[in-house]
Ligand binder design. Sequence first.
Ligand SMILES: [Zn+2]
Length: 215
Amino acid sequence: MNPVQYGEACQALVDTFNALECDLKDHNYWGDDAINAIRAEIKDHYIAEQNRRCCYCGREYPTKNKAVWDGEHIIAKSAAPQFMFEPRNLAASCKDCNIAKGEVEVRTNPKRKTFPDQSNHYKIVHPHFDNYHDHIRWYGDVVKPLSAKGAELVNMCKLWRFGVTKAGAEVAPPNTLVDGWIGVMMDPQADALSKEIAIEAYKAYVKTQPQKAAG
Ligand SMILES: [Zn+2]
């Protein structure tokens, strides 16, 4: 993914912020009207660069509507305001993924001073440093993590929410077991016995969840 390149006016504002002493870098600046143009450049760039797909759930949202998209800080801006305008710390995510992810720490070493710019510096699949499809596979609305980073992302952004909603259970699964069962059920490579076990386990699980009212 190509990182955003700021226009001249926005770059000047970014440079001014980046030149501040570390303790003067306040993440609340992100909400300041003075940087409306920067936020717009970021969102427009990444929505287009990601083909209008959320960087975490991969869902296509064919709109630029602000009610749908968030400018996403992969390392939360509250945790590291010094990386607030770092192009490789930015992406576009849907509201649900952004809210689910919250301010959870994604770095393997949060004490590192310089910007973490390698895949192994992150616990989750990184929109800039990882290939999404190496870590996450979708079977329709059902997600299967293919790696530890994939599993971290599934949990952090609650990516099982699409499949669980379809299965009729309103409450999110409390653990990764459910994702595992769904993955096995949907996996064309899985053997028949594994599938049967996964189906029975999943059925038993769904029965324990509050069901949506019929109709
Ligand atoms: Zn999403």
